[in-house]
Structures are given as C-alpha cells and as structure tokens.
Design a protein around this ligand. Structure first.
Ligand code: ADP
Ligand code: MG
Length: 694
C-alpha cells in the first residue's frame, strides 16, 4: 500500500508561485512584481532585491543550497550552472546570500553552446536574464530560475526569447481583432498549449547492454521479433506494476513542481506510454515539457528503468511523438477557437479560423521545418505519424460551413442563398467528432488545433513560435483591412470568404497515409518535404525571413543561426549513428556470427568422423558465410562513404540523407539477417524480444 498522497497540499509546493509570493513577500515588493508582469516594464532593483531575499529564505527552508539560472539554448534541451548561496563573513564562517542582481542576471560561461555563428569565441560570453513571468522552483537542492539566454550584443541564443516575442505579437494582433468586435475589456490574448508526451520505458540492465541505445537513444540493429504490436494489446492496456510505480512517482514529482500532469496510459507499441498535462500558456507549457522530459529520465533511473524519448527507438513498432494542442484565449479565459452561440461570436470565430487556415497554407514549409530532425525523419510519412505534407483536418461540420461560405451556397435553410457571417448562426460543432482523423498533421478538435508532427524528444518552442507568428501575421493583415472598412459587415464577409477560398487547399479530411493523398497534394500545390535534408533549406526562404523579421520574432541573423544549428545537428546525429553502426558491426556482430560459424564447422568436423549427416550445419554455414561477406562489404562501403562527406553543411546534409542513410539501412539489413541465423547464446546484445517483451 502507498501512503495517501494529499495532492492539493503538495501541488506546487516546490514552486515560488504567485500564492507563495503573495504570502512571503512584503506587500510593496509583491505589487512591484505584479506591476512589472502586467505592464512588461523592467523590474526595479529594489523589487528584485526583495524578491531574491524572499526566494532565498523560502528555497533554503526547502533544503536548497544553490541557485541556478535555468535556460534553453538552441540545442533544444535545457542548461544549468549551480552557484551556492554561501558568502564569507570574513571570520571563517559563511552566510546564505542572494541578491536581486543575481536573480535577474547571470553570466554563465557559455562558449560551448552552439550559437550558429552569432557569437565569435572572443566575445563568447552569454548572458541570462530572469523571465519574471515564469516561476522559480526548487529541485534537487537548487533554486531554479527560468531565464532567457542572449549574447553580448543582445541577440537571442535560446528558445524562450523568441517564444515570448511570438506570444506578445499574436496577443497584440488578436486584441486588434477583438476590438473590432466590440471587446474593449481584453488586455491580452494568451497562446495556450497542452503537449502530450510519448515515451518508452526499458529495463536498465538490458539497455546498458546495447551500445546503440546508450550512444544514440535508438536501436540501430535488431531483427523483428515474432510478435510486434499487431495484437494492439498494449494500447490503453493494464499498466504493469513496475511502470505504474514509476508513473506514480513521476506524477508526485511533477505535481510538487506545479505541473498539471493529468493523463497517463499505455500507448500503441509495447513498452510505450504517454503523459498529458492540462494545458497552460505556451511559455509555461514549454518550460513544463522540458521538466517533464528531464524528470521522466531521472525518475526512470530510480526505478531501474530507462526512459527513451527518441522518436524511433525500434523499427517495426510505433515511434514516439508529441501532440501539441494549441489555441488562443483571452485573459478572462474565453477560447477564441470556440465556435460561439451568437452570430457575432461566430463571425469572430470564423476570423480566427480563416487566419489560421491562411497562415498554415502560406507557411507550410515553416511549420514543416520546425519538426525536421534526424530522428523525426523515421516517423513522418511512415504510416504511424502524419505525413510530411502539412494539411488541416476540420471535420465535416466545419467543412460544410466553409463550403457554404465559399460557394455562397445555402447551408442552413433552403431559402437563404448563403451563410451570412455575423447574421446567421452556425450549426453546433461537436467537440469530439467521432471521425477524428489520426492521420492528420493538424487537426481541429472542437476548440483547439492539435499539431501532431512534433517529435517526442524535441522542444515544443519552435513549433509554437511558428504557430503564434503565422497567426499574428494573418490576424494583423485582417485587422489592417477591417479597421479601414466603412461597412464592417460587408468587409468581414468578403474577407472571410476570400481567405477561405484562397486557402481551402490546405484542408484535407481524408487518409493522410495514403499514396493518393501524396499525388493529390502535389496537384493542390502543397509542398511535400519528406526529409530533414529536403525541408531545412526552405526554412531560410526569403518569405520566412521576411515574416519573422517583420514580426520582430527573430533578426535575420538570429534566424539564420537557428538554421545553421538545425542543419549541423542533423549532420552530427547521422554521423554518430553511422559510426556507432560501424563499431557494433565490426566489434560485436561480425565476431558473433564468425564464432558461431566456427563452432558449426567444428561440429561438422567432429560429426564427419562418425559418418553422420551434416546437412543442416552445412547449409547454415553457407548462409552465414554469404551474409558475413555481405555484412563486411556493407561495413566497408559505409566506412568508405563516410570519408567523402562534403565540408559545407547543406551539401553534407544532402549527402548524409542520400548516401549515408541508405548505407546504414543496407548494413542493418545484413546484420539483422545474421541475427536471425545465429544461435542466441552467441548474440552480443539483447534482441527486440528481450527488450520489448521483458
Ligand atoms: P485528446 O483530444 O488528445 O484525446 P484532450 O482533448 O483531453 O485529449 O486534450 C489533449 C490535450 O489538449 C491536453 O493536454 C489538454 O489540456 C489540451 N487542451 C485542451 N483544451 C485546450 C486548449 N483550449 N488549448 C490548448 N490545449 C488544450
Ligand atoms: Mg491527442
């Protein structure tokens, strides 16, 4: 039996949240912080000092001895450097000190983080600055302060800064639209995100025996086990005790950190699970998702498990993704993607919907690029995740509405010639339509969009920056037109009708996995960028550069730096995987097959003396020999091709994609045949059966 967990009591107990601030800080300090959040002004030093003192006292009571500025460099993971609170008194003793200056600004020696060329090494210093909209928390004996990370010249070196900028921008433009509909109350519109996280859990001892898992997070070899996921007996199945204990522990830790962990269940593949939190603002959701991923790994270790966040740990069974549920809401909690009850609310909803369709259609490539990674290449378009073609699923009800607007056809009553926006009531749109399409990369699910192309290990910042930015852009363009209109209703009708007409090609409700869709997408003029190497160059198209600079999300330099880093990271990952394969093939797989073959030869010799039949052995020896030869030439080819990788990053990525990846597949194919031929006693590492059905 477990101790009873008082969830409301422990929830957020390790977070210096608003309630704690109110309780712990002097009134004028608390007010100063509130004011700074509301107006976006800089925190006065006196207020920062007051907060720092309160934080320190609180954190040390919770056992913290250190503090760290916690930031999200462009690598997509988080970084931290811990300083203790100690300060010498001069007589051999110390006191615990933490100043406002230390709270708001830090200087990690950050020269080793990739900067994509933004920072020469002579000015390698990076700076961190507290993001006062995100709460500090205590974890593992340190006070964590969420921060932005930027260079000496003020360029953003992280994922948080552009996310915050994009949230401001979409808020500003959305508020303009709301004003046109007579809403003068809303001060801010909030991009809301709920990210569902998939992951695998494996026994630690088995994991440790596989070099590929340890070095690359996925299996680079492995013959298919006799049983895969075809019985669907894992999905939503009973959670085994070891795993449920891990999950309980994980939930407790997340709740203490104020993370709204809500749903947990088994996923499609054996050993695969999912955690979904309740949605929150995009900035917090992004921080929380990073904490969720890190806590999963730590917590798994405690339970003698390993948590794999890789997009494709095993061939032949589902990989892991992340569903990024996104919407916009007013500061009073009204969801702007909720179809309303009155004609005016509906018209407003249609403006937001039309802007979304327009943005996704115009910036398909941008969205595609935000999920382009070496590991996600194994999923997108591989009949388990959405295709690499971006499209939007709306459901039959909304499609009918859109059609009636576009066609000017009647939708509700025969005598009306068309759906008049702002006059007619929309039909009820069910929140959970039964035909929810799992093959769609971007699905409308009643009052939010679910972006399903994300890889399980990636930061959700990039995709949400893109969603916020394209939405800001289209809403801004709409507001420009509508603010100038003499007759608002007519202008609105025309605007929505035109946007829907111009961008309806992005709507697709059919089977995204089918070959026909690929053909149809081409005829619709949609882009299909099936691999990272093909997608990434479109990231820095002039159109995207114009968008992000016009909207103030990135400077051109900052944007190009991201491109360089994504490209570099793709190249490095494939390179590491290829080297790991060569290493395992030469030092583990080949010797295993040769030893086994040798033992068979010994057996044949021994048997021959007795005049017994050696047919099975002889045939097996023959098979082993031809496949060890093939394996050896596959190794040689990969090794040789690895020496010819072009220097320039973009050419290298194309080379990795078109030469090295196929070489790796070829090598794997031979190794997996050998695995199937070889006595298990000789095989150097746990097989898929061992790993997936432990
Ligand atoms: P699913 O649709 O995947 O079956 P849910 O609808 O319960 O599951 O929600 C999935 C995720 O979407 C959860 O993290 C949930 O909090 C989040 N979500 C729900 N409403 C919104 C919203 N308006 N904006 C953003 N995320 C939301
Ligand atoms: Mg979902």
């Amino acid at each position: 039996m477990h101790d009873v967990l008082n969830v409301p009591e422990i929830f957020g107990s390790d977070v210096f949240n608003e309630a704690t601030m109110k309780q712990r800080l002097p009134e004028h300090i608390y007010r100063g912080w509130k004011n700074c959040i509301a107006s976006g002004v800089q925190l006065p030093l006196e207020v920062a000092d007051g907060i720092a003192e309160g934080m320190k006292v609180w954190a040390t009571e919770k056992g913290a001895t250190h503090f760290t500025h916690w930031f999200q460099p462009m690598t997509g993971i988080t970084a931290e450097k811990h300083d203790s609170f100690i300060s010498p008194t001069g007589d051999g003793r110390v006191i615990m000190e933490f100043s406002g200056k230390e709270l708001v600004r830090g200087e990690p020696d950050a020269s080793s983080f990739p900067s994509g060329g933004l920072r020469a090494t002579f000015e390698a210093r990076g700076y961190t600055a507290w993001d006062p909209t995100a709460c500090a928390f205590v974890k593992d004996g340190s006070l964590y302060i969420p921060t932005c990370f930027f260079s000496y010249t003020g360029e953003s070196l992280d994922k948080k800064t552009p996310l915050l900028r994009s949230m401001d921008e979409v808020s500003r433009e959305a508020v303009r639209i709301l004003r046109l509909f007579g809403d003068f109350q809303t001060k801010r519109v909030i991009a809301s995100v709920g990210a569902e996280q998939e992951y695998f859990l494996l026994p630690k001892d088995l994991y440790a025996q596989r070099e590929d898992l340890r070095l690359t997070g996925r299996t680079l070899f492995g013959a298919q086990p006799p049983k895969g996921q075809e019985l669907d007996d894992h999905y939503f199945g009973t959670i085994r005790t070891r795993v449920s204990e891990f999950m309980r522990d994980l939930d407790e830790q997340l709740w203490r950190l104020g993370i709204l962990s809500k749903t947990k269940h088994n996923e499609g593949a054996p050993c695969q699970h999912e955690l979904a939190p309740i949605y929150t603002n995009a900035n917090t959701a992004c921080d929380d998702n990073q904490i969720i991923m890190a806590t999963m790994k730590k917590c798994a270790a405690k339970h003698n498990l390993v948590c794999l966040l890789h997009e494709k740990p095993f061939a032949g069974v589902n990989g892991s993704g992340k569903h990024n549920n996104w919407s916009l809401a007013t500061d009073s909690g009204k969801n702007l993607f909720s179809p309303g009850k009155t004609p005016s609310q509906n018209a407003q909803f249609l403006v937001f919907l039309a802007a979304f369709l327009a943005g996704v259609d115009e910036y398909q490539d941008f969205l595609r690029c935000t999920v382009a990674t070496a590991s996600n290449d194994h999923r997108l378009g591989a009949n388990e995740a959405p295709p690499a073609i971006v499209s939007i699923f709306l459901g039959s009800e909304l499609n009918a509405v859109i059609k009636s607007i576009i066609d000017g056809a009647n939708y509700i009553e025969p005598e009306k010639s068309m759906l008049r926006i702002g006059v007619d009531v929309l039909p009820a749109i069910p929140k959970d339509t039964t035909d929810r399409n799992r093959t769609s990369p971007l699905a409308f699910t009643g009052n939010k969009f679910e972006f399903r192309m994300l890889g399980s290990s990636q930061s959700i910042a990039g995709p949400n920056i893109a969603l916020n930015t394209i939405m800001a852009e289209e809403l801004g363009k709409f507001a420009d037109v509508l603010e100038k209109a003499d007759d608002f209703d007519t202008a609105l009708q025309d605007l929505i009708c035109k946007a829907l007409k111009d961008h309806s090609r992005i709507i697709f409700d059919g089977n995204g996995y089918s070959e026909e869709w690929k053909k149809e997408a081409v005829s619709r003029g949609l882009s299909n960028l099936p691999s990272t190497a093909e997608a990434l160059p479109t990231y820095i198209s002039q159109k995207n550069i114009d968008l992000v600079t016009r909207r103030g999300i990135f400077t051109e330099n900052e944007f190009r730096a991201r491109y360089a880093i994504h490209l570099d990271s793709y190249n490095k990952i494939v390179n590491i995987e290829a080297r790991t394969m060569v290493d395992m093939a030469l030092h583990q797989i080949l010797p295993a097959a040769l030893h086994y073959s040798r033992s068979l030869c010994d057996a044949v010799n021994a048997k021959k003396g007795l005049g017994a039949s050696c047919q099975a052995e002889s045939q097996l020896i023959g098979d082993l020999s031809s496949h060890t030869d093939a394996l050896y030439s596959a190794i040689t080819r990969l090794k040789e091709d690895m020496t010819k990788v072009p220097k320039e990053a973009r050419a290298a990525s194309q080379y990795y994609h078109s030469v090295i990846v196929p070489d790796m597949e070829n090598l794997r194919g031979e190794a997996d045949i050998l695995e199937a031929l070889t006595d298990k006693a000789y095989w150097p590492y746990p097989t898929y059966s061992d790993l997936l059905f432990y």
